[in-house]
Design a protein around this ligand. Structure first.
Ligand code: G3P
Ligand code: MG
Length: 249
């Protein structure tokens, strides 16, 4: 892997609506080598690309994703909220993501979102199983990191695809003294901590334990420089187009 990596958070999400093919298709244009994106699941168990549990913020629909069928989801605009120019964007499927990375050879960090539903366990199992099969369809030359804030989902995938590389996501409220126990429990090689409140000392602890460290979400050049100087391996940013030269850090 590159020594310093820039991960386009939900695609180049400052220029096009997050988690759409329009936002993903900007990566080759700006020579960005890594995409970060989020997986969710519909009521009829289609695995799709969406960050939120609810449709309301990033589509013109309403309610829980896990209570919406794929047929109904596909009728919604995933881009009109961002700009009328993107009104025809649809919520991408996992299959479309696989096609995108295979076509462009963009490396990808795929985040498994916890499922919010009254049958969350069954839905999460379906998401993990379908995702394991999709991983087999990705060109082996493409680097993949599978991440989640939910160690159980990572562990389930780890049991199905043990040679995958895993990351545990921590936000500032759940990065506690037991972080290494959680990392070990799901055999993760990467730690993905939130930028806010993250200190040099903490990064030195991660690195001295031989973890690779990618920090989210870093939207200023100043913080990006600071984190790289402290030894992090990568940053997630909504403004990847401004950081596309960082191989030279
Ligand atoms: O994976 C990094 C980052 O995406 C984690 O937070 O909420 O943007 O998915 P979130
Ligand atoms: Mg994410």
């Amino acid at each position: 892997m590159d020594s310093k990596i820039i991960l386009a958070h939900r695609g180049i999400s400052s220029l096009a609506p997050e988690n759409t093919l329009a936002a993903f298709n900007l990566l080759p244009k700006y020579n960005i080598k890594w995409l970060e994106t989020d997986l969710g699941i519909t009521s009829d168990k289609h695995v799709i690309i969406m960050h939120d549990d609810y449709l309301d913020r990033t589509t013109n629909g309403h309610g829980l994703l896990a209570s919406t069928s794929y047929r109904n989801l596909h009728k919604l605009s995933a881009g009109a909220w961002f700009s009328s120019k993107y009104a025809d964007e649809r919520v991408p499927t996992l299959e479309e993501l696989v096609s995108f990375v295979n076509r462009t050879k963009i490396n990808v960090n795929i985040e498994l979102k916890a499922v919010v539903s009254n049958n969350a366990n069954e839905m999460a199992d379906s998401l993990v199983h379908q995702f394991a099969q999709a991983l087999d369809m990705i060109d082996p030359a493409i680097d993949i990191i599978v991440s989640s804030a939910n160690p159980i989902m990572l562990l389930k995938l780890q049991q199905l695809r043990p040679h995958t590389e895993f990351a545990v996501l921590f936000d500032k409220t759940n990065l506690k003294d037991d972080w290494q126990l959680i990392m070990q429990s799901c055999h993760a090689q990467f730690i993905h901590p939130e930028s806010e409140g993250l200190t040099r000392e903490k990064i030195e602890q991660f690195k001295s334990s031989h973890y690779r460290v990618n920090v989210w979400t870093v939207n200023t050049l100043c913080r990006c420089n600071q984190l790289f100087n402290w030894g992090v391996d990568g940053v997630f940013t909504d403004f990847a187009q401004r950081l596309s030269y960082t191989d030279d850090y």
